[in-house]
Design a protein around this ligand. Structure first.
Ligand SMILES: *[C@@H]1O[C@H](CO)[C@@H](O)[C@H](O)[C@H]1NC(C)=O
Ligand SMILES: *[C@@H]1O[C@H](CO)[C@@H](O)[C@H](O)[C@H]1NC(C)=O
Length: 346
């Protein structure tokens, strides 16, 4: 019995001890918790000082870091010859290709524009593509052209100039408009006037401007890779901002297929400029097959027009190009400028 009662006494005592510990730790916890809650709201002046000081330092450091991100160290010029060039590549034209796929492959392109991240491009180039009802060709071209231009380490943007309505097509006028509209975005050094159905096969064919107007299509698979005729200046050409301005751009008078490229050659020659071409082993294109579009019939008036170019070029061109911009849609891979260009007066 004596043994049992002593145990009972001890356990009663330990109950009080445990209760006491519980109460004390509750008090301690309340004290700590309330200090944490209250301190920021009613800080002592001493603490405020120290705290503000360290906060300000922290903010200063953050601003400094942000500035470093916004003004990266001066990039060096991209090399004269890009190390990314591959030469002749095998082109594919998969009927299953979707715009979404091409967008995914080119996530660094923003509203049709790209610039290399690790060096400063040597030229800023606007690619102008006249367009109507050729979505499939445009898709193939975008698919190949974006990586091609990126391998050339260019700062570039692609503009699609869409002729609204279904009156006769006017490639040259659309290209004049592309030049005028693109210059509203950026002071491009160089313009590439590019047919939608021609895909370059070799990335040594550089999409940059020269001291003279440049013709980039020496050969295409459709003509056995030979120049179509001596003096041919169609398909894809590169003129600097100043060269194109000097010739007053293209004539606006060529409706339908043909003649406008020969007209531009005459303008270039009248300015005593000389057309240059890359070597024929690199200036090669694949022409994606199509039948002649309705609304782009052969222009039967072209020979007569060519005859009067020496008299008319000064007042027919960039300075007389009238049009109405219907929309400018900034898509991921190109800028879509849709225009009403009127129709042939006759
Ligand atoms: C040129 O190549 C394209 C693409 O492979 C093809 O669609 C076209 O028919 C070819 N043209 C000629 C004349 O071989
Ligand atoms: C360009 O925009 C016009 C007007 O929205 C549209 O009809 C046309 O399909 C567009 N073209 C391309 C190639 O996105």
């Amino acid at each position: 019995m004596g043994y049992c009662s002593s145990i009972r006494k001890i356990s009663r005592k330990s109950k009080y001890v445990i209760l006491l510990i519980l109460v004390l730790s509750l008090l301690a916890w309340i004290a700590i918790f309330s200090r944490d809650m209250v301190k920021p709201i009613y800080p002592t002046t001493q603490q405020t000082h120290v705290k503000e000081e360290s906060q300000r330092k922290e903010v200063d450091l953050q601003i400094e870091a942000a500035n470093e991100i916004n003004t990266p160290p001066q990039k060096t010029k991209c090399p004269q010859v890009s190390p990314l060039l591959l030469g002749a590549v095998k082109l594919s034209f998969e009927s299953s290709l979707k715009l979404k796929d091409v967008e995914k492959d080119n996530e660094e392109v923003n509203e049709g524009e790209y610039k290399p991240s690790d060096c400063t491009a040597r030229q800023s180039v606007a690619i102008l593509i006249p367009h109507r009802n050729r979505e499939r060709h445009l898709l193939y071209l975008l698919h190949h052209l974006h990586p091609f231009l990126q391998r050339q380490q260019l700062h570039y943007a692609i503009y699609v100039i869409q002729q609204a309505g279904d009156v006769t097509f006017n490639r040259a006028k659309l290209l004049n408009i592309g030049y005028l509209e693109a210059l509203k975005d950026y002071n491009w050094d160089c313009f590439i006037f590019h047919d939608v159905d021609l895909v370059p096969e070799n990335d040594h064919n550089l999409y940059v401007c020269d001291t003279q107007p440049k013709h980039l299509v020496v050969g295409r698979n459709a003509t056995g890779y030979r120049l179509r005729y001596k003096g041919y200046f169609g398909g894809v050409t590169a003129l600097s901002r100043d060269q194109f301005f000097k010739v007053n751009g293209f004539s606006n008078a060529y409706w339908g297929w043909g003649g406008e490229d020969d007209d531009l050659r005459i303008r270039v020659e009248l300015q005593k400029m000389k057309i240059v071409r890359p070597p024929k082993n690199v200036a090669r294109y694949t022409m994606v097959f199509h039948k002649r579009d309705s609304g782009n019939e052969v222009n039967r008036d072209r020979m007569r027009l060519l005859g009067r170019t020496p008299q008319s070029w000064r007042k027919d061109g960039l300075n007389s190009c009238s049009y109405k911009t219907l929309s400018v849609e900034r898509m991921p891979l190109y800028v879509n400028v849709t225009v009403d260009i009127g129709k042939r007066l006759s």
